[in-house]
Design a binder for this molecule. Structure first.
Ligand SMILES: [Zn+2]
Length: 57
């Protein structure tokens, strides 16, 4: 599961494979990488977005 820090507490958990789609539909003002447009700060943390590096097992 991925955590969307833009959603209200208790409603932040989303399947990782739906996170990009969720950001597009629920938070269109936020880029897919979790950063708000025009803001360099990272909003979504603790996730495994497709753009995030996968740990090598
Ligand atoms: Zn959200």
């Amino acid at each position: 599961m991925a955590t969307c820090n833009l959603c209200p507490p208790g409603r932040r958990e989303h399947p990782e494979d739906e996170m990009a789609e969720h950001l597009r539909t629920a938070h269109p003002e936020v880029d897919e990488d979790g950063t708000r447009k025009g803001d360099d700060s990272s909003i979504v943390t603790g996730t495994s977005l497709e753009s995030a590096p996968e740990p090598t097992a």
